[in-house]
Design a protein around this ligand. Structure first.
Ligand SMILES: O=C(O)/C=C/C(=O)CC(=O)CC(=O)O
Ligand SMILES: [Ca+2]
Ligand SMILES: [Mg+2]
Length: 416
């Protein structure tokens, strides 16, 4: 497929990607609306949809001009899978068929003239734990006297409910959290800025097609509710986490910020990236977790202050996003438009594919040396972490997932 736009064939935001986001421009900073990224431009989606509507070209389909003239993707997410498919086919047509060029071209805005915003109004946020390598690394580090994997790990995708209100868009600074910590040798907990501030490289799945409380979404139905994918950094304060989270799980150690990329890549753009899971034969999973549980071949790259420190491979994840959604709803919990669930830290079998500093530096005992000669166990104030990702597309093309970046700012003192 080729577009009439001048986009190089190897561009990560070519015609096969077409991700959605929310943007504004300098002349109308309050007017946040849905945009579609193509090359180094953002298509003002509602403005273009309005042309079709006003010219009587859009029949009985949803009024996308109205749905896209809103400050989040949530109204669009509410429409569900059939409308998502129609919208993507229509966007593809107007960007490939030359007859639409004159109408569409005025609504392409150069990327450097837009500000991107959080693409979804996050409803509920859940984070899973789906990488066997990550779970067994962290088990060895935090629970050296136990088996590396907890006994339930291969029977269900473990997760925890996180804090939806602190999900922030790429480019947002992250203030170092403060809290309680207590090392094994400390007689009592102390309060202060975290000294083990970490990252977690993940994918985030964006949910639409809300469901009623008391209903379930099966593994096979999950694709009707998984709209698309973002890159997600689950910032984690390991010292706060280690002291607080037994027995109820992560709380303040992870609730201060979770960063996501600006562009939501539709699941439809990741068809060529579908892969089989590494395998769940031993033990077999319960029937409600069986079905079309595909994995996704997404390649992630993590940089610290510009130096690549890890290349996690999402294809190695043990649990699939469809299984996570089936598990999330098997007790009758409803889905809301704008729900977000994280894959869990993506770590592979090699040191260079681990998705957290906790693992990369083995809890700070094997610090990383950066090109400037400095070393890191965990993050320092001023550090910038950037995660990028891509997946294979049709005909050898690359589907870019963009980036999520954030810089650490100093902790806020307790006394003002
Ligand atoms: O195993 C532990 O004690 C802790 C694990 C995590 O902190 C990871 C978590 O947030 C889930 C994940 O990202 O895989
Ligand atoms: Ca996590
Ligand atoms: Mg978090």
């Amino acid at each position: 497929m080729t577009t009439w736009l001048d986009v190089p064939a190897d561009h990560p935001f070519g015609i096969d990607t077409l991700p959605y986001g929310v943007f504004s421009t300098r002349d109308a900073p309050q007017r946040r609306r849905v945009g579609v990224r193509i090359g180094d431009h953002v298509l003002d989606a509602s403005a273009v949809a309005a042309i079709g509507r006003d010219a009587g070209m859009v029949g009985d389909g949803p009024d996308l001009a109205t749905v896209w003239e809103t400050p989040s993707l949530n109204s669009f997410l509410a429409l569900g899978r059939p409308a998502w498919t129609i919208a993507r086919e229509w966007l593809t047509e107007i960007l490939t068929d030359d007859v639409h060029r004159a109408g569409v071209e005025p609504h392409l805005i150069p990327l450097d003239r837009v500000t991107v915003h959080l693409p979804i109004d996050v409803a509920d946020y859940v984070d899973f734990y789906a990488s066997e390598h990550h779970a067994s690394n962290v088990g060895q580090i935090f629970r050296p006297d136990n088996a590396a994997l907890p006994p339930n790990w291969k029977h269900l995708p473990i997760g925890y409910h996180g804090r939806a209100g602190t999900v922030v868009v790429t480019g947002t600074d992250v203030v170092r959290p403060s809290g309680q910590r207590k090392g094994p040798q400390d007689p009592a907990p102390v309060f202060g800025p975290s000294i083990r501030l970490d990252i977690e490289a993940e994918l985030g799945y964006v949910v639409g097609g809300a469901t009623a409380i008391g209903s379930r979404v099966s593994v096979d139905e999950a694709v009707d509710h998984i709209f698309g994918v973002v890159i997600l950094n689950d910032w984690s304060a390991r010292d706060i986490q280690a002291w607080e989270y037994v027995p109820l799980g992560p709380f303040l150690g992870k609730s201060f910020a979770t960063s996501v990329s600006a562009w939501v890549t539709p699941l439809d753009a990741l068809r060529e990236a579908r892969v089989s899971l590494p395998g769940q034969a031993d033990p077999p999973v319960l029937p409600y977790l069986q079905g079309d549980a595909f994995g996704l071949d997404v390649h992630v790259e993590v940089s610290l202050n510009g130096a690549v420190v890890s290349r996690p491979e999402h294809a190695g994840m043990y649990w699939s996003p469809a299984q996570m959604l089936a598990h999330l709803t098997v007790n009758g919990a409803s889905l809301r438009d704008g729900d977000l669930f994280g894959s869990g830290t993506i770590s592979g079998p090699t040191v260079g594919s681990r998705g957290s500093l906790l693992e990369l530096t083995w809890n700070g005992t094997r610090p990383l040396t950066l090109p400037d000669g400095s070393s890191r166990g965990f993050l320092e104030d001023g550090d910038t972490v950037t995660m990028t990702a891509w997946a294979p597309g049709p005909g050898g093309s690359r589907i870019g997932l963009g980036e999520v970046t954030g810089t650490i700012r100093p902790a806020v003192p307790l006394e003002a």
